[in-house]
Design a protein around this ligand. Sequence first.
Ligand SMILES: Cc1cc2nc3c(=O)[nH]c(=O)nc-3n(C[C@H](O)[C@H](O)[C@H](O)COP(=O)(O)O)c2cc1C
Length: 245
Amino acid sequence: MASCWATLLLAFVLGGVGLTLFEPARRARNLGQNCPWIVGLAFGFSAYRSRPLEVEMDALEAIHGRRSIRAYKKLPLRREVIEELLWAAVQAPTPPVSGEAPWKLCVLEGAERLASYGQRAKEYARTHQPEGQHWTWSERPEFDVFWGAPALLVICAMRGNPETRYDCCRAGQNLIVAAHALSVGSCWVGAPIPWLRSPGVSQELGIPEGYDPEVAIVVGHPAQVPPGHPRPRPDITWLAPRPVP
Ligand SMILES: Cc1cc2nc3c(=O)[nH]c(=O)nc-3n(C[C@H](O)[C@H](O)[C@H](O)COP(=O)(O)O)c2cc1C
């Protein structure tokens, strides 16, 4: 993050200073006093926005260090970053039975819009409790379905093939690990899935025909990172052990 600010500052300074040197051109064209600085700031801002993505860790660090993020900064996530995450998602292995693209990848942007959809998803869950289950989260005032994130990524499974929902989950796991590697916060959210699949909502949001929302993941710039809670090492069963000589 520090290097982002350094890039931004440097780009602004270079843009501003460089363009100020063109003072004669400014005068000849009869442009306003502040014109070089405005152009410089625009130049600096576009340089900042198109800076390369920073990969800060290897795969194992990303797997072990990832946490579900439930507080986001009020900043949009660049589309370039979202595209990178979805590109990582589709690298997941798929069996031949699933074909090349068992999913559709959908993006919903805008923290305010998501907050209002979150209210609707919560209300839907409150009023459509399934038999034998109780979605207690829908009654907890502090439970935020989308946690203030600026974007929701929905991986939708192709209907008519039972394997495709597992394909989507494999893609989702890739996505959250890649997000962490790029310093992007993410949280896999199951809570809005019943609402996303409810009558009319898929059409309202524009989810492609023939696909069902299977995985929903919010992404954004983390505002708070919870402390890690390392899992205990797994109890491994070594199958068919070699006989002791
Ligand atoms: C299928 C699935 C559904 C989840 N649904 C929610 C959810 O609706 N809201 C939420 O805040 N977290 C949700 N989570 C995140 C889990 O609560 C979280 O992964 C778990 O507590 C472990 O924490 P960690 O991700 O920080 O390791 C979900 C995770 C999975 C895999």
